[in-house]
Write a protein that binds this ligand. Structure first.
Ligand SMILES: C[S@@+](CC[C@H](N)C(=O)[O-])C[C@H]1O[C@@H](n2cnc3c(N)ncnc32)[C@H](O)[C@@H]1O
Length: 370
């Protein structure tokens, strides 16, 4: 009798402990709603896994997506129960939408202006390498308010207003900082701060992030709850030679039209030679510079022309120069060789799309530091 009373009392205590711990667990869970990471059970063998959702606006070839995937793979290797998941992508260009689907299994939406914001799924990180033509040096320097392409920033804000994501990750040309004497950037920063974001930004050159390409871009990371700290990263230069396919010998036949002039003196860049037009005696403009493959390469640009259009020219061996192939250009951005573009009828268009892309290595590092 006494024994069963004691047992009953013990059972009561046990049940009470279970009840209290369940309640605490629930409160903990509730406290996390709307915070940076929402916990959700996935099919992970170890039980619960943190799923961090993102949207990829103006997705292009999906440099953000490739970086998140790479992190997911490294987490899986180390048995880390955290996973990034893309819940929406969009791009107005049908060609990149098809390529995105081929590579990531998600068909992006089209024009951002046609997206019904109320229907955008909940997410934690808004990523946007928004159109930069109106801000770039090559563009008309019109700025944010005078150009409809500039107003894409306000479209991003509409989504922010509706969804209040904890983190916003933006990318643009570095010129965005100085255009209009800095007024354009000041407007953007203040709009984000008005919405209670801590705005951190930095111009980063991809050549310090294990990429053979020198590509300086402005990265803006806005957090609701704390200030993002950009790490100082100065990895040794990875030379262009490391991504060269030495079996490709599609050399430029320049001798009829150009002479090759060596850049003498102390070189501050990796330009080795200039192509000089025999007729005009002029040369050395953007598409006429020949780069040293033992150093970093130039910025690959969708709009650059001349014999070195898009990729730049590289000095392979004695008098032999050429542009980069598509696979070499993919490597300059940190994309895998297995990147698919079967759907693209005109394969050369890949170089144009790549010229608009972000370097995957840089985004990967910045996300890891989030
Ligand atoms: C600088 S690129 C973005 C690069 C991309 N973030 C990446 O990682 O490769 C800008 C992209 O915005 C897209 N774009 C321009 N206007 C758009 C619109 N109204 N709606 C959706 N996408 C648009 C372009 O097609 C282009 O792919």
């Amino acid at each position: 009798m006494i024994k069963s009373t004691v047992n009953d009392a013990l059972d009561d205590i046990k049940n009470e402990i279970i009840r209290i711990s369940k309640q605490e667990g629930q409160q903990e869970q509730e406290g996390k709603i709307g915070s940076y990471q929402k916990e959700e059970t996935t099919g992970s063998s170890t039980g619960k896994s943190k799923v961090v959702r993102y949207i990829d606006l103006f997705c292009g070839l999906g440099a953000f997506h490739a970086a998140f995937n790479r992190i997911n793979e490294s987490y899986a290797d180390k048995d880390v129960d955290k996973k990034y998941e893309c819940v929406l992508a969009c791009d107005i260009d049908e060609g990149v939408r098809n390529i995105y689907q081929e590579n990531y299994g998600i068909k992006p939406e089209g024009d951002i202006n046609k997206i019904c914001i109320e229907e955008v799924p909940d997410f934690d990180i808004l990523c946007a390498g928004f159109p930069c033509q109106s801000f770039s040096i090559a563009g008309k320097k019109q700025g944010l308010l005078d150009d409809s392409r500039g107003s894409m920033f306000f479209k991003i804000l509409d989504i922010v207003d509706e969804k209040c994501p904890p983190t916003i990750f933006l990318e643009n040309v570095k010129n965005l900082l100085t255009i209009d004497n800095g007024k354009t950037f000041a407007i953007m920063k203040s709009e984000l701060e008005k919405r209670d974001y801590h705005v951190s930004y930095k111009v980063i050159d991809s050549r310090f992030y294990n990429s053979p390409q020198s590509r300086q871009r402005l990265y803006i990371i806005c957090n609701k709850y704390n200030s993002y700290k950009f790490q100082m990263v100065v990895n040794p230069i990875v030379p262009v030679a490391s991504i060269i396919e030495y079996t490709t010998n599609d050399y430029l036949d320049y001798e009829e039209k150009y002479t090759l002039e060596k850049c003498e003196g102390k070189r501050t860049s990796s330009i080795l030679y200039k192509l000089i037009n025999k007729e005009s005696g002029k040369g050395g403009r953007q598409g006429e510079r020949v780069y040293d493959i033992h150093s970093f390469g130039p910025t690959i640009c969708a709009s650059s022309g001349g014999p070195g259009a898009k990729t730049g020219l590289y000095y392979l061996e004695e008098g032999k120069i050429r542009t980069l192939s598509i696979v070499e250009t993919l490597r300059m951005f940190g994309f895998e060789d297995s990147f698919k573009y079967e759907s693209l009828k005109n394969k050369n268009k890949m170089l144009y799309y790549l010229g608009n892309s972000i370097v995957v290595n840089v985004i990967e590092q910045l996300i890891r530091d989030l």
